[in-house]
Design a binder for this molecule. Structure first.
Ligand code: 0A1
Ligand code: ZN
Length: 855
């Protein structure tokens, strides 16, 4: 017997050990007899030997299952059972495996497998949840055609694929497309649908349904519209057509992640579907649109072409994130979307790459795959595809993608397959480029300039280095596409955007024929996920902020200026220069610019970003000092520009019915930014008025945020509660905002008090995250020198682990930056991690995370 079948200790799995499964399931038939505590699952699977495989052991995964009966070709068998599955002797040729198991969905608080959420049955099978439903080769390269019968006294019974027949208490579904078990889904309960339809490019009609709990019907329209827009976009941009008669989306209240792309039956966290102007902010709408698109796009990138093994996760996730980002750019403002994506990438992925959890987009080993649904796999995975597209050009990209779909439809593919289609379609060799997938860490790109006035030549000297990451000391140079443009001192562009392809550790590129020394705009559109190190003075940054034709670098120039001003304040108590305030005021007051862009330009660098910037500069960051400096700078900006805030707050008001479009959202964002500044000057008067008059959640929450941040809230927190206590998603905002906006010395106290609130619910991941995600995000509060933030977080992660290991393990990343802080904080943070790690019975998920985080 192998280690896999005997050992209960968590095992490390290696990419290098991949071997195909010995059998192919030709057909899977499942029958579910639903009962909250004793659901019966009957399976009938037609297996035949896999000619590609040499290992003929018949091992089926299975966890927490009560085996009632098993048979092969109709004859009862007694398999050998372990904690992870079963083994059985099987015939040489094809055979039929049948089993009956019992499971307890009502007791399933981990929200993996079949579980119950508010009386509704639902499933989550990615990555390895199907093995908690029945015995099966639960691995993505094992694909089969499923027929599912669902029985139970519930009005709605759903599964993957097309409906075959249904009667009261019974429904049968058939999914004609072979799929891996992680895409299996089942939903049952008292649900209602809002419906629409879509006619595909070849004229087929598809029924679209969004299923929700009664009472939420009014919050489905936006999701339906986003789904239709996604379906159309995927046809127009990628030539991808939908392939079933129906597309169902279900909203559930208890869900570990955002949503799941189960074939034909997407299951969504309610927060990623339900929307109404009164209860959802513009940011919520934008997120819903992106997640609907993401899950829909998976139908081709993930489902029709899936992953050979979980090491290839970024094959589906990186590509699908890239596609949803393209979609958002097309539906809204492309530059604003790009800037928002880069802010998120730096905030989450750069932070990950810089700490103990750093890993390549395609890791080589893991203990618990659920711990690898990371910003590196998703967001850096998407950046890699953006670089590929930049290197091969738009046409090359389209050719490569067409080839990918043609060659690999129906496959469980690898990163090698993916790169090969680019090589074959474009003739480009990608061996060096592949390092982006196999190597962890964020490259530092140092750029210096040399100007030869006599020759009219500007030379850019580029140097790349990547610091070591856990398990990877050597970092050979990567292919880095560096987009550069040159501007004349009068602001005209003399050299439009050009992609420089860096392949060596050091390389120089020259531009000739220049009449005068230009200003270089480097890494336009953030053409590669690197940290740019470039000496340039504030005059040059102010110039780029005013003139760069590349919107990303225009924003970046302002961001860098702000960062330097904050660094000056933190390190030398240096007052912000008038130039900086003037430059900011010019952008904020420039009515020729998109309000959304102006709002972004006014957002100061986050406190975590500042801590990292200090740490990169060799200074131990003090979160309290960063908070004070940020407050001080915000006050200065608020006071010096007060008339502008008043004007913007008045002029940016959007009247008429609320429309969640980019234009309105941009105006409301700028208006709320102005309100925050105004609240620092007027004791909260304008915010109180906006709160009282708010016609939508964006305005109401913007006002409440301003009041909380400036300590000027009076009865508004209670009023908000009274108004919205019946609405879970709005209550999540109420919980989160109070912790997020708490002053550093109060944050842990506020969070702790909220955990005692009757509406706090440890079992609901959204509610848990609303308090503890907010605590981790309140940098000065979490890192308060008392250590209370760390202690409280550890206490509650320990409690949560007993119920929901997956969400616990993910949230351990709150501690991932411990190395950057002073000895006291390091001690307290690692003590907290050790305390979690030492809990008896700790889940493998959290054990792995804490072990990776600790020295
Ligand atoms: N594949 C989904 C996200 C997802 C991943 C893992 C989950 O459980 C471990 C749940 C959902 C997506 O990319 O949207
Ligand atoms: Zn995804």
């Amino acid at each position: 017997m192998t280690a896999e079948t005997t050992d209960t200790a968590p095992q490390t799995v290696y990419l290098a050990d991949y071997t195909p499964f010995g059998f192919i399931p030709e057909k899977v038939e499942l029958r579910f007899i639903l009962d909250p505590h004793a659901t019966r699952v009957l399976s009938r699977i037609e297996f035949r030997p896999n000619p590609q495989a040499s290992d003929r052991r018949f091992f089926l995964h299975g966890e927490g299952l009560k085996l009632i009966a098993a048979s092969i070709d109709g004859a009862p068998v007694t398999p050998e059972l372990t904690d992870h599955g079963l083994c059985c002797e099987v015939p040489e040729g094809p055979f039929v495996w049948a089993a009956e198991v019992e499971i307890d969905p009502a007791a399933n608080t981990a929200l993996e497998g079949l579980y119950m959420s508010n009386g509704m049955y639902c499933t989550q099978c990615e990555a390895e949840g199907f093995r908690k439903i029945t015995y099966y080769p639960d691995r993505p390269d094992v694909m089969s055609v499923f027929t599912v019968h669902v029985e139970g006294p519930y009005p709605v019974l759903l599964s993957n694929g097309n409906p075959v027949d249904s009667a009261e208490g019974h429904a049968t579904w058939h999914d004609p497309w072979p799929k891996p078990s992680y895409l299996f889904a089942l939903v049952a309960g008292d649900l209602v649908a809002r419906s629409a339809s879509f006619t595909t490019m070849s004229g087929r009609h598809v029924a679209l349904n969004v299923w929700v709990r009664p009472g939420d019907e009014g919050k489905c329209d936006f999701a339906l519209e986003a789904l239709q827009a996604s379906m159309k976009w995927d046809e127009e941009v990628y030539g991808r057509e939908y392939d079933l008669e129906v597309f169902n989306i279900v909203a559930v209240d208890d869900f570990n992640m955002g949503a799941m792309e189960n074939k034909g039956l997407n299951i969504f966290n309610a927060s990623a579907v339900l929307a109404s102007p009164e209860t959802s902010t513009d940011a919520n709408y934008e997120r819903i649109e992106a997640i609907i698109a993401h899950e829909y796009f998976h139908n081709w990138t993930g489902n029709r072409i899936t992953c050979r093994d979980w090491f290839q996760l970024c094959l589906k996730e990186g590509l699908t994130v890239f596609r949803d980002q393209q979609f958002t750019g097309d539906m809204r403002s492309a530059p604003v979307a790009r800037i928002e994506n880069v802010i998120a990438l730096r905030g989450r992925q750069f932070r990950e790459d810089n700490g103990p959890l750093a890993h390549p987009p395609r890791p080589e080993s893991f203990v618990e795959i659920n711990n690898f649904y990371t910003a590196t796999v998703y967001e850096k995975g998407a950046e890699i595809i953006g670089m590929l597209r930049r290197l091969v050009g738009e046409n090359g990209y389209r050719k490569a993608l067409d080839l990918y779909f043609a060659r690999h439809d129906g496959d469980a593919a690898t990163i090698e397959d993916w790169l090969k289609v680019f090589e074959d379609a474009t003739g480009r060799e990608l061996a060096q480029f592949k390092r982006w997938y196999t190597d962890a860490g964020t490259p530092r790109l140092k750029v210096t300039e040399e100007w030869d006035g006599d020759a009219g030549r500007l030379t850019l000297h580029l140097e790349q280095t990547t610091p070591p990451t856990p398990g990877q000391d050597q970092k050979p140079p990567r292919v880095i596409p560096v987009d550069v443009g040159l501007l004349n001192p009068n602001g005209d562009e003399v050299v439009p955007t050009t992609t420089l392809e860096m392949t060596e550790a050091r390389q120089s590129f020259s531009f000739d024929g220049l009449a005068s020394r230009p200003v270089a705009s480097v890494l336009r559109d953030f053409s590669a996920p690197v940290i740019l190190e470039r000496q340039s003075d504030s005059a040059e940054r102010a110039f780029l902020l005013a003139h760069d034709t590349d919107p990303f670098n225009r924003w970046e120039a302002g961001r860098t200026l702000a960062r330097d001003v904050l660094l000056g304040l933190v390190l030398r108590d240096e007052a912000p220069s008038g130039d900086f305030i003037d430059a900011l005021a010019r952008v904020a007051g420039d009515d020729g610019l998109d309000p959304a862009f102006r709002a972004l330009a006014l957002r100061l660098p986050g406190q975590d970003e500042m801590a990292q910037a200090l740490s990169d500069a060799g200074v131990t960051p003090d979160p309290t000092r960063i908070w004070e400096a940020t407050e001080q700078l915000s006050d200065t900006i608020a006071q010096r520009m007060r008339p502008l805030w008043e004007r913007l707050h008045t002029e940016m008001e959007v009247t008429g019915p609320y429309v969640p479009d980019a234009e309105g959202a941009g105006r409301r964002a700028l208006r709320n930014t102005a309100l925050m500044a105004l609240s620092r000057c007027d004791g909260g008067a304008a915010a109180r008025a906006q709160f009282a008059a708010a016609g939508n959640m964006t305005e109401q929450l913007g006002a409440l945020s301003s009041l909380l941040a400036t300590q000027t809230a009076k009865g508004e927190v209670d009023a908000f509660f009274e108004q919205w206590k019946h609405d879970r998603l709005v209550m999540d905002k109420w919980f989160g905002l109070q912790v997020m906006q708490a002053r550093p010395e109060k944050a842990a106290e506020v969070a702790e008090a909220l955990t005692a609130h009757p509406l706090f619910d440890l079992r609901n991941p959204n509610r848990f995250r609303s308090v503890f995600g907010a605590l981790a995000g309140n940098a000065a509060g979490f890192h308060h020198p008392s250590g209370k933030g760390y202690g409280l977080m550890a206490d509650w992660l320990i409690r949560l682990d007993k119920l929901n290991p997956q969400t616990t393990a993910r949230m351990c990343s709150a501690f991932e930056t411990w190395r950057r802080y002073d000895a006291d904080r390091q001690q307290m943070m690692t003590d907290a991690l050790r305390r979690i790690n030492a809990q008896p019975g700790l889940s493998p998920d959290t054990t792995e995370m804490t072990a990776r985080l600790l020295p």
